[in-house]
Design a protein around this ligand. Structure first.
Ligand SMILES: C[S@@+](CC[C@H](N)C(=O)[O-])C[C@H]1O[C@@H](n2cnc3c(N)ncnc32)[C@H](O)[C@@H]1O
Length: 222
């Protein structure tokens, strides 16, 4: 696949990873991997079922979703945080997944128009700078009929205790998790992004990380 490297510089340079928090997040997601997996497995198994042999993932982090890729498959990982790269490479090697790591932001992947069948994400649209631009980019690179499959955490309904906690904790949450917002209406964003069809299941998990507990999982078809 031809990847347009002229699109690398602006997108990569716009991503700022803090040395301390970048390392903390890489360690946090490795350490919490099996805990988060237990909480999200039921939903990931459903939306990541039957993935194609080549998958583009935005914000792969430390490789939480490699367990859902078919044996011997290729992952094109769009991951601008260099502190994630070492653990991601190690997980890919252990999983026998061929890794094509793109050190750039998902707003500008550099991948050709209509070139991929499947894009996946988990817990990423909360963190990207511009979710609408990322969704437009996903639509641009998907072939007609290709799918975007996602598991994301979202804003709780107004008037709930979780929504109040999300409001109160938004600043320390965003600081700790490098820009992550617990206040995005991502169901609306995906539905408004111009996909041919969208299926979304909202659900709730139960963790001490209260702002994280309201989630959606789904599939959007280009
Ligand atoms: C909360 S972590 C989730 C990682 C992984 N998907 C998981 O489920 O464990 C968010 C990830 O999104 C990445 N990220 C942040 N901004 C991004 C952007 N603009 N484009 C692509 N990835 C981005 C971060 O570097 C981080 O790896």
């Amino acid at each position: 696949m031809n990847i347009d490297s002229s699109k690398t510089s602006p997108a990569t340079s716009a991503f700022e990873s803090h040395a301390g928090r970048g390392r903390f997040n890489a360690a946090f997601f490795r350490l919490m991997d099996s805990y988060i997996e237990r909480k999200l497995r039921q939903h990931k198994k459903r939306v990541f079922a039957g993935l194609s042999n080549t998958v583009v993932e935005i914000g792969s982090g430390t490789g939480a979703n490699l367990r859902y890729l078919p044996d011997g498959s290729t992952l094109i990982a769009v991951e601008p945080n260099r502190y994630m790269h070492g653990p991601l490479r190690a997980v890919a090697q252990r999983a026998g997944v061929r890794l094509d790591l793109l050190d750039r932001m998902a707003e500008q992947s550099g991948l050709p128009d209509h070139s991929v069948d499947t894009v996946i994400s988990s817990l990423v649209l909360c963190t990207v700078q511009d979710p609408d631009a990322v969704l437009a980019e996903i639509r641009r690179i998907l072939r007609p009929g290709g799918t975007f499959r996602f598991v994301e955490h979202v804003a709780a309904k107004e008037g709930t205790a979780t929504r109040t906690a999300q409001r109160l904790l938004r600043r320390p949450w965003a600081w700790t998790f490098e820009g992550c917002s617990c206040e995005r209406d991502l169901e609306h964003s995906v539905r408004a992004a111009g996909f041919e069809s969208v299926t979304i299941l909202p659900y709730r998990i139960h963790t001490p990380f209260l702002p994280f507990n309201t989630q959606i999982a789904g599939m959007a078809r280009a």
